[in-house]
Design a protein around this ligand. Structure first.
Ligand code: ADP
Length: 257
């Protein structure tokens, strides 16, 4: 049951009592579970053949006798198979969070190092897109976090920042901290997010109008996953944006975990 309550007042504002409403949602919950189970089992079924497709594509790409046109066709197929693989792994990850929650493997981690490594890994992608990438990182900021998960969040923010920017734009990752928490910012001078889209960017499967209009590939799952990871750490992730000017994502994490 979902319950909701409200006070009932007369037109003059006099308190008359309270109304309680109970909504029976068993059927709805059952339907949602069937949907989740379907998505999970489809994702599992897709994973094995996809691995095999990608394996053979690697072999084809390594074949020196392949003519130039065939090589570029293999490349297109491979890129799309990789996109499918990343969609499947995002779906499986979300299914796992929903089913058994997110288990963190926390340790004392130098988040400045993690951000530096993420920025270096994003540099070739940014370079190919003609987007400048700068990192303003202190030598060391240690926090009690799950390194793999926090790296996943930073990777996602950086890859979005580049993806939603154009040639000549700039992306900046910065890290600062006080006694109790750290703050990591990823800022870009890209397309920005319309005000009507802003409240929804962390929703599952949400794709903004900019992404849709410009046919920028994506699944609408990255920020949902990032939000879940930051929540599990007891932190917050927020976004500021101005359409046509750029976007800043800001993650705050407690240092002590
Ligand atoms: P995806 O990028 O796969 O669509 P995300 O969950 O990562 O999914 O992001 C959701 C939406 O938020 C995107 O479709 C896009 O509209 C918007 N968005 C995210 N990051 C940025 C950014 N740096 N600049 C502009 N829009 C962004």
């Amino acid at each position: 049951f979902i319950t909701s309550a409200r006070t009932v007042r007369s037109p003059s504002g006099e308190h008359l009592g309270a109304a309680l409403a109970y909504h029976e949602v068993t059927e709805l919950m059952r339907a949602m579970k069937v949907k989740d189970d379907f998505v999970t089992s489809m994702s599992h079924e897709l994973r094995t053949p996809l691995t095999s497709v990608l394996g053979y594509l690697e072999i084809l790409a390594d074949n020196d006798e392949l003519p130039g046109t065939a090589r570029s066709q293999v490349d297109v197929v491979r890129r799309n198979a990789l996109r499918l693989q990343s969609l499947v792994s995002d779906l499986l990850e979300i299914a796992q969070f929903t089913e058994s929650g997110l288990t963190l493997e926390r340790a004392q981690v130098d988040v400045a190092r993690v951000a530096r490594e993420a920025a270096e890994a994003a540099r070739p992608h940014a370079g190919r897109a003609g987007v400048g990438l700068t990192a303003e990182l202190p030598p060391r900021v240690v926090a009690m976090v799950d390194e793999k998960r926090i790296r996943q969040v930073i990777d996602n923010l950086l890859s979005n920042a580049v993806k939603y920017s154009s040639c000549g734009d700039a992306v900046r990752v910065a890290l600062s901290h006080c006694d109790r928490e750290l703050e990591l910012e990823v800022t870009d001078t890209g397309m920005g997010i319309p005000e009507t889209d802003l409240p929804h960017v962390f929703d599952r499967f949400f794709r903004g109008s900019g992404a849709n209009v410009q046919h920028i590939p994506g699944t609408g799952l990255g920020l949902d996953i990032a939000g879940t990871i930051v929540d599990a750490h007891g932190g917050t992730i927020t976004v500021d944006s101005a359409l046509g000017e750029g976007t800043t994502f800001r993650m705050r994490l407690p240092l002590a975990g």
